[in-house]
Design a protein around this ligand. Structure first.
Ligand code: HEM
Ligand SMILES: *[C@@H]1O[C@H](CO)[C@@H](O)[C@H](O)[C@H]1NC(C)=O
Ligand SMILES: *[C@@H]1O[C@H](CO)[C@@H](O)[C@H](O)[C@H]1NC(C)=O
Ligand SMILES: *[C@@H]1O[C@H](CO)[C@@H](O)[C@H](O)[C@H]1NC(C)=O
Length: 338
């Protein structure tokens, strides 16, 4: 009895906090809408889904401090390949190499186990109702709300895809070696703007990369230049110490945010871009276009707004990419299996 009431009161505290964020931030911004998605999509069919997902994340965040980075990247990688349809979670079969085993995902996409756990809990309450795609979208927002108080709405009603191809992950997801033109094309193919590119790249304020991805930039930039001149000498030296020249395939993890801000979701990324302290060529590429560079300078000056507001808007927009709704797609029972 006593245990139950303790759980109940912490559950209440969590929901109250969520409600306060919701109430204080919801009115200020005009978020984009989608004709077939709505925040109360499961209000009659699975009203507890949202809090069930939230509670799983509360527990998992306590176990894994890098979970925010993993879940935000998972949402991005889901949406850029066949739309936000959870195709990123489908596992490979003998006849099919799935997205999850494409180059941008293999060895580096994480958080799928947490989504699977949330889905399992939701299925216990309302079998066959809530899509894996919606749980990924909810989780990406909830984990930012939990860790940093950043709120944006998540309209629901996405359905799950049945097709997942590694080759499409390889083509649709932008390369860390991409220049500005290539990045704009990649985002443009998804209906996202140059501003969305700059704003969403700000997600690299948290999380890690692997030395194997950074290696060329620091040790083998071109036939004549060893190290990308866009990197500050001090930061390049730091990366070289972490990722030695004799280990091109090193799986050592490097924090993306090199600055004082540390592994917090804030606008430090933009200061890092300006200072030549980012991991990827694609990060520095934002300075090669005048209007993108101006936005980088504008967003770097404050630790939260306007970055938080713009990031929320862009995440809502990203969550609408090629969604399957109505009778399209399916509701997968187990996110990794078609
Ligand atoms: C603009 C083009 C982008 C490129 C080229 C890119 C590339 C990459 C690469 C190569 C990694 C490291 C993978 C590894 O070695 O583990 C990474 C990590 C990450 N990316 Fe991006 N990314 C881009 C945009 C985005 C966007 C739009 C988001 C989300 C809104 C995002 C969120 C993240 C996060 C949070 C991490 C850290 C993941 C972790 O710690 O597990 N990225 N990105
Ligand atoms: C909304 O659903 C209708 C009916 O299923 C469909 O024809 C339409 O394309 C959908 N709209 C969008 C923007 O996906
Ligand atoms: C970007 O990269 C592509 C492919 O390598 C190349 O054709 C193009 O010239 C580059 N653009 C700029 C502005 O460097
Ligand atoms: C650097 O890149 C070139 C061309 O891709 C490759 O032939 C060479 O082995 C690389 N060197 C190192 C040290 O990785």
């Amino acid at each position: 009895m006593e245990k139950a009431s303790v759980q109940w009161s912490s559950w209440l505290a969590v929901t109250t906090i969520a409600t306060i964020f919701l109430a204080t931030n919801a009115q200020a911004t005009n978020y984009p809408t989608h004709p077939n998605l709505s925040e109360d999509f499961y209000a009659r069919t699975c009203p507890q889904a949202r809090i069930t997902v939230f509670n799983v994340l509360v527990r998992q965040l306590a176990l894994n401090r890098n979970l925010p980075a993993q879940l935000i990247r998972l949402f991005f990688h889901d949406c850029f390949v066949r739309g936000c349809d959870s195709s990123v979670m489908i596992e490979s079969t003998p006849g099919n190499l799935a997205e999850v085993d494409g180059f941008p995902n293999r060895n580096s996409i994480k958080g799928l186990d947490v989504i699977a756990l949330a889905k399992q809990k939701v299925e216990e309450d309302c079998p066959g109702i809530v899509s894996c795609a919606d749980i990924i979208a909810l989780a990406a927002r909830d984990i930012l709300q939990l860790s940093r108080g950043l709120y944006f709405p998540v309209p629901l009603g996405r359905r799950d895809g049945t097709v997942s191809l590694a080759s499409e992950a390889n083509t649709n997801l932008p390369s860390p070696f991409a220049n500005y033109t290539q990045l704009v094309t990649s985002f443009g193919n998804q209906g996202l703007s140059e501003e969305d590119l700059v704003v969403l790249s700000g997600a690299h304020t948290i999380g890690v990369s692997h030395c194997s991805v950074i290696f060329r930039r620091i040790w083998n930039f071109s036939a004549t230049v060893q190290t990308d001149p866009a990197l500050s000498p001090a930061y390049a030296a730091k990366l070289k110490a972490l990722c030695p020249i004799d280990q091109p395939q090193s799986q050592t993890e490097v924090e993306l945010d090199a600055s004082m801000g540390g592994n917090f979701f804030d606008s430090n990324y933009y200061d890092n871009v300006l200072n030549g302290e980012t991991a990827f060529i694609s990060d520095s590429a934002l300075l090669t276009n005048p209007s993108a560079a101006a936005l980088v300078r504008a967003l770097g000056r404050f630790s939260t707004n306007p970055f938080f507001e713009k990031f929320g808007l862009a995440m809502v927009k990203m969550g609408f990419i090629n969604v399957k709704t109505g009778s399209e797609g399916v509701i997968r029972k187990i996110c990794s299996k078609v």
